[in-house]
Design a protein around this ligand. Structure first.
Ligand code: AKG
Length: 320
């Protein structure tokens, strides 16, 4: 594919190539072609995959949580997500979740939203990952919401592979989608195409979610990106390097979800069955209506895997 641009990255001095996501929607009717494309690129992108209504409702609920804490600009429509920069920056750094973008207390309120934990069970997801894996798929219950603001402790997510953070089977796929239109200038996610072919690579300390960056070789420059519209999804293997672009809009909150899927019969680490954050399910589930989205993984005999701490140790990477 012809790159749309090439850009010098000041941090590394490497000249990156940037091209647009390939829309894999036509491959949904051809699982063999879908799997072939996924194997080649390590990612899939689908335009308008999810229906707008539940995404907009979740956006509204998350913005209500921000509004209740006085973080939204006065006189603007709630759904615009315009942040009062001074107000969010009054949250003391020690109360912030720098990986999420808001305070730990607000993130707790988001984790308690039933709709946040219901969307990952949408039949379209189960159908997509069923085709991709060629067998029954299950979402991990440990969903992550990002509410990226311009609080001084928040930095764009560095290039990383999810595998070092979730482990279990390397055949786990992450699904990332924004809750609203999210053009590149709003800090959407970008993927290093084909990077999964290198397996798990070394890491170095970095700012931003996860605190660890993949060490990249000078020839790893093939980034793919796009302007997300509501309903678009990006999904990638847990060994695919990805990162967030820097938002150009300091007063806009970027709302998005990270959901992981894997085949039911593959290994999983028990952390992936816990809430994201120091919460417990009993607390999060209070007041929920639908029992089908609670403790659903307990209906299956999952194979638990061990944790390899050495994946997060800093090591040199030898580039050929
Ligand atoms: O949304 C972000 O900034 C990071 C998301 C991410 O890295 C992931 O989904 O694995």
């Amino acid at each position: 594919m012809t790159p749309t641009s090439s850009v010098d990255t000041p941090a590394t001095g490497i000249r990156e190539q940037r091209s647009l996501f390939f829309d894999a929607t036509p491959l949904l009717d051809d699982p063999a072609a879908l799997r072939q494309r996924a194997e080649k690129d390590g990612y899939l992108f689908f335009k308008r995959f999810l229906p707008a209504e539940p995404l907009l409702e979740l956006r509204r609920q998350m913005l209500e949580i921000c509004a209740q804490r006085g973080w939204l600009a006065a006189g603007r429509d709630l759904m615009e997500g315009v942040i009062d920069e001074a107000a969010i920056n009054q949250v003391p750094p020690e109360q912030m979740r720098s990986d999420i973008g808001v305070s730990g207390e607000a993130y707790h309120a988001v984790q308690k939203l039933e709709l946040f934990h219901t969307i990952p069970h949408h039949p379209k997801f189960l159908s997509l990952y069923g085709k991709l894996f060629g067998k029954e798929a299950i979402p991990h219950p440990r969903h992550i919401a990002r509410m990226i603001t311009s609080h001084r402790v928040v930095s764009p997510t560095p290039p990383h592979q999810d595998f070092i953070h979730i482990q279990g089977t390397p055949k786990t796929w992450t699904c990332w989608f924004p809750l609203g239109n999210c053009p590149r200038e709003m800090g959407s996610l970008t993927v290093l195409r084909g990077s999964h072919h290198n397996g798990v690579v070394s890491v170095a300390p970095a700012q931003g979610a996860g605190g660890l960056a993949s060490v990249l070789c000078p020839n790893e420059i093939d980034w793919v990106e796009g302007d997300f519209e509501l309903g678009d999804i990006l999904t990638f293997t847990s060994c695919t390097v990805h990162r967030a672009l820097r938002s150009q809009h300091r007063n806009r909150i970027r709302l998005s979800c990270d959901i992981r899927f894997q085949a039911l019969d593959e290994e999983i680490h028990e952390n992936s069955l816990k809430p994201h954050g120091e919460y417990n399910w009993e607390d999060l589930y209070q007041g929920w209506k639908n029992p089908a989205v609670q403790y659903y993984w307990k209906n299956h005999e999952l194979r638990l895997s061990a944790w390899d701490p050495s994946l997060q140790w800093q090591k040199e990477r030898i580039c050929s």
